[in-house]
Design a protein. Sequence first.
Length: 277
Amino acid sequence: MSQGQTVRLIVNADDFGISESANRAIERAHREGILTSASLMVAGDAADSAVRIARRNPGLGVGLHSVLVCGRSVLPPPEIPGLVDGQGRFTDRPVVAGLRYFFLPGLREQVRRELLAQFERFRATGLPLDHVNGHLNFHLHPGVFGVLLDRAQDLGIRSVRLTRDPLIQNLRLASGEHLYRWSHAAVFGALSRRCEPLLASRGLRHAGATYGLLQNSRVTEDYLLRLLPELQPGTWELYCHADEDAHRHELEALLSPRVRQVIEARGIQLCRYSDCL
């Protein structure tokens, strides 16, 4: 199969470092399953052990999972008082956070400082930066994306997730949660259309589509068995949340022998961002 006919698939786990349960699942899914990369929450409760796992698994592509909602900050609260509470936690209400970051220009400098602090902490790990994305895909927010774009060269950013999950295809492959799927397809479709030419203008790379968004942590074996045969030549990303507890069904999908058989039968090339973009 020529390069132009190859189906290349990045299989990524978000929330690397959020918990020991997630870390164990990610390592197992990489060693025994189809997982090729993971996105590190540098201020996560289990970030240090995630870094140790990454170091002993050099084939795992590790990127920065920037966090500006539903998590903890790197900087202390007095330095970013508009973003976090007294314990250094961002709001758990993403819509509120999105509106505040957009309509309160005074917060943008705090967002910039916190993002740069997260990149600096990632750099301190010594791990190569495979890619960049955001918790709840907040990296595409206009008040956040501009920081990434402006500092891409300095920060060593080469690949960024463009969170675009094809709605019509998803409606055919899965069922349920119609309001969630329609609303997220609309919001992130619009954000992706805005961001795509900006990425191109800076020579930054992205996959052709990003599967998993519209599944809302329901990347199951059945979903993958329906999706994989439909992938066309090109480079695609599938993201999930592997975990031994809350998202065990996603871990089981990544470990599934039936999923592996379809990948091998179709000649799908599993890769990291740094391998195939």
